[in-house]
Design a protein around this ligand. Structure first.
Ligand code: GLC
Length: 733
């Protein structure tokens, strides 16, 4: 629709209609087979609220969408079409690895392709907007939603956030097979105190700007159509009512002119936070912050008209919000075609098509991180292997945001074993969780807890299997419902009963490979000590089982690198690579000095640090060479190494460039990722790899609150992970 027509439409709308556009209702209030992703309060919405709502969340198929859209447009006073929104986080019907696994691929373009495929499937089901990418930086593995993040590094997160926005939106959201993206959760939702979901966030302005904001900004710069407010406070003010965050930073500094939507009932939660007196006050404060859409609290349709009539909120403010919403509908082409790509034929053609399955398998395999391998991997098909563990027999491999996926399309490892080896003996060995309720959110009726006698029988069966085998592969990990929203854990470890299985099996067969499924970094020190090989596979998605077996059998070679550190002990959490040096760093040459920044009972560093990951071959990296010892602004400085494959198999190494600003107006971290390169080499092959360093990469939030670089000495590291120690110096002049 032409802009002037759209302006005319806005001018014809009643205030009640405008307030309706600013409200999003759950699809379950219109259509029984919609999905609920938040706490369903007794709805309390009027028929009129639903008739005038501007968007719905959770309607999940083309037929239902078309039926609802047709009915809705027919009864709407101006026939304004609904926006259909949904959490399409890591896939729609075909499920890709969880985002934390995608981050470990260090392959943003692969993620862009996954987002494109997800958009094709979801838009065929009538969805217009996805509530993704989640761009929250994470450092605390106790927080269950680290599984939705791409990790602890702002530079890497920014690349993945951009990739997802571009994958979902393409060049224009009105194109077929595209979705509008919604960058979330603004801001700093990933930094809750004590890792407890929805908890307080307290960050210095410096830390907020240096670490937590950059990835959101990259998403806005990539053209994201929407941003979602976060549940948490930031330094005492809830994000959803936070004018500084939303008006000054998001709209002012970032230049975001898209639609700002609250998280589920987050406007109403301003009252529980103690920030607003009542619903009327919450409506007022959310408007002051510039929230355009109220997701599911019903406060906007209840109070906006009265606030405008009383003069507390201007009609202009309401018109600005409604205009942004109408423009988004217009860019999606909904006024010309309110059904966009929705079609059952398209669904049948796209859902789980071979192209998407192949992509899901590639993405899964490239997300895996090989943490240890004493030569036991890859396996030979002739090796007598016992395949044991609760994850051997489950289809639940897709993570907590895969409710639109098709579990029946997910193979279990056990059922496809015969395609890879004749030795298929094995057993579950134990249930996934302890009866002492590892989970507070799973109840007896949701989870079978076998009797004590049955559990002992399962353990003995596993011991017997293990005894007869040359090698044991154990498939272990936290339950899928132990990660995701509202799934914080004080001790991110493998469930107790699975550790008992691990110990009993390792006593009868030390030739042990452990495959770990998880939505977060776990403390796996005992497993790491006793197992001959450890492969982290996250929650790998629809094609996870095949990707795992192809990797274990050597058809694929692991290449993933951790995008979030694995702690040596849970007591270290939050542990991350880009920490500040402190005045008493724990240096090797000072190890006799008691008064250093270190623990008495643990090392400072992670068990497996950011950027770490092995392959089935070995690589050697030469010392870094710089083509100059000085860098002038506007020029580039070249940093090179020779990478050599010294092993016997082809492999892909992800070389990482880190920089340290040795002294500055604020302390700078011990190192920061500034670039990386994936290099595939044949056995014996070597290659010079060169990075270009520019002044722009040295900029940071300085003591005076401005963003820029400062002259002085810098250290350059190029290595295989963030623990690299050798460096060369240069000076910025
Ligand atoms: C949830 C999540 C958010 C999601 C929204 C809609 O509470 O916090 O990430 O997009 O509600 O499902």
């Amino acid at each position: 629709m032409k802009e002037e027509k759209l302006r005319e439409l806005l001018g014809k709308m009643s205030l009640k209609e405008k307030a309706g556009q600013m409200f999003q209702a759950s699809g379950s209030l219109y259509d029984e087979n919609s999905v609920l992703t938040g706490p369903m309060k007794e709805s309390g919405f009027t028929e009129e609220n639903l008739e005038l709502a501007g968007s719905v969340i959770g309607v999940q198929d083309a037929a239902a969408m078309r039926k609802l859209q047709e009915r809705y447009i027919r009864q709407h006073p101006h026939g304004i079409p609904l926006l259909f929104m949904m959490d399409v986080i890591n896939g729609y019907r075909t499920i890709f690895p969880i985002p934390l696994g995608q981050g470990a691929s260090f392959a943003p373009d692969l993620t862009r392709r996954c987002a494109e495929a997800a958009a094709r499937e979801a838009s065929a089901s009538g969805i217009h907007v996805t509530f993704a990418p989640m761009a929250d930086l994470v450092r605390d593995a106790r927080w269950g939603r680290v599984m939705e993040s791409t990790g602890e590094d702002p530079f890497l997160n920014g690349l993945f956030c951009q990739a997802m926005v571009r994958g979902f939106q393409g060049d224009h959201v009105g194109e077929s097979g595209r979705l509008a993206a919604c960058v979330k959760h603004f801001a700093a939702y990933g930094a809750p105190v004590a890792g407890r979901d929805y908890n307080t966030v307290e960050l210095s302005e410096h830390t907020l700007r240096e670490y937590y904001l950059p990835a959101y900004k990259k998403g806005v710069e990539a053209g994201a159509e929407m941003v979602m407010t976060s549940f948490n406070t930031v330094n005492g003010i809830p994000a959803t009512g936070n004018e500084y965050l939303m008006r000054q930073i998001l709209r002012g500094e970032f230049g975001f002119d898209g639609v700002l939507i609250s998280d589920w009932t987050a406007i109403e939660e301003l009252i529980a936070h103690g920030y607003c007196e009542d619903r009327k006050d919450a409506a007022y404060r959310a408007m002051r912050a510039g929230v355009d859409i109220d997701m599911m609290s019903g406060i906007y349709p209840e109070w906006l008209c009265r606030l405008v009539e009383s003069g507390a909120v201007s009609m202009e403010a309401v018109d600005q919000a409604v205009w942004r919403i109408l423009c988004l509908k217009n860019r999606l082409g909904l006024f010309e075609n309110p059904y966009k790509d929705a079609g059952e034929t398209a669904e049948k053609k796209l859902f789980l098509c071979s192209e998407h399955r192949a992509l899901a398998r590639e993405a899964a395999a490239r997300s895996f991180v090989l943490l240890k391998n004493d030569g036991v991997l890859p396996l030979c098909p002739e090796t007598r292997v016992a395949w044991i563990g609760p994850y051997t027999d489950t289809r639940d491999l897709t993570g907590s945001w895969s409710f639109t996926g098709d579990k029946s399309a997910v193979s279990t490892i056990r059922e496809i074993l015969p395609e890879y080896t004749a030795h298929t003996e094995g057993c579950p060995g134990c249930p996934m969780l302890d009866p002492e309720k590892d989970l507070r959110t799973l109840t007896e009726k949701q989870m079978e807890f076998p009797s004590l006698a049955e559990r002992e029988r399962m353990m003995r069966e596993a011991e017997s299997c293990a005894k007869k085998a040359e090698t044991v592969v154990l498939f272990l990990g936290e339950h899928p419902m132990q990660s995701g929203e509202a799934s914080s854990r004080t001790k991110p470890v493998v469930p107790k009963i699975q550790m008992e299985l691990f110990r009993r099996v390792s006593r009868v067969n030390s030739n042990l490979v452990v495959v770990i499924f998880s939505g977060r970094p776990l403390e796996i020190r005992e497993i790491s000590e006793k197992a001959k090989a450890v492969l982290v596979v996250w929650l790998p998605g629809t094609e996870g089982a095949r990707a795992i077996l192809e990797t274990l059998m050597g058809e694929r070679t692991p290449e993933g690198k951790l995008s979030m550190s694995f702690p040596w002990d849970t007591g270290q959490i939050p542990v991350y690579y880009n920490e500040d040096p402190t005045g008493r760093p724990d240096l090797e040459e000072k190890k006799e000095d008691r008064f250093r920044s270190r623990y008495l009972d643990a090392p400072n560093g992670a068990l497996y640090p950011f950027g770490f990951g092995l392959t089935y071959t070995r690589f050697r990296v030469s010392p870094v060479q710089l083509d100059s010892s000085v860098l002038y602004p506007g020029e580039t400085l070249k940093a090179s190494v020779i990478l050599e494959n010294t092993g016997s198999r082809q492999g892909t190494e992800t070389l990482q460039l880190y920089i340290r600003d040795v002294s500055a107006s604020v302390v700078r971290p011990v190192k920061e990722l500034r670039d990386f390169r994936k290099v595939t080499l044949l056995p014996g092959e070597s290659r010079e790899v060169t990075f270009e360093i520019r002044e722009e990469q040295l900029r940071f939030w300085r003591a005076d609150g401005t963003f820029g670089s400062e002259k002085g000495r810098f250290q350059v590291f190029i290595g295989q992970d963030s623990s690299v120690r050798e460096f060369e110096n240069f000076e910025l002049l």
